[in-house]
Design a binder for this molecule. Sequence first.
Ligand code: FES
Length: 134
Amino acid sequence: MARMYQVTFVPDNVTVETEAGETLLDVANRNGVFIDSNCGGFCACSTCHVIIKEGMEHLPEATEEEEDQLDEATGLTLTSRLGCQCVLGEEGPGEGELVVEIPLHNRNAPGIIGGHDHDDDRSHVTEHAHNEGH
Ligand code: FES
C-alpha cells in the first residue's frame, strides 16, 4: 500500500495528498503551487528554497551540496530546505503531514514564469498536472 503524505503549502493554504517518492518541488508544481526552480531541480541554485514548518522528520537529511546551495538563499532559516532535494518519505515513519512555507521572494518572482529556458525540465511535471493554477 502506498505511503501517503498530506502537504500544506503556505501562505497559499493549498493542501494536497501525495505518495512518498516525489520532491516537494514536484508536488508543489504538479498542484499549481509555484516554487521557482531555476536549475531544474539539480541542486545547482537556491531558488527552490522552502521553509519546513512541520514534518521535517519525513524528509531526508540535507546533503552537503544542499547545505552549500542553501547558504545562498535569501531569508535562510533553521528549517530551510531546497524543495528539489526533499524527497518525501525517504526518512521517517512512512506517512504524515507537512507544512511547507514558500518564501515571499520565491512566490512573486517577476519574469520567472515562462521567462527562462528551463521549462524542459519541468515538462514531466506539468504533464501530470490536473490543476495548472495559473
Ligand atoms: Fe535549483 Fe532546487 S531547483 S536547487
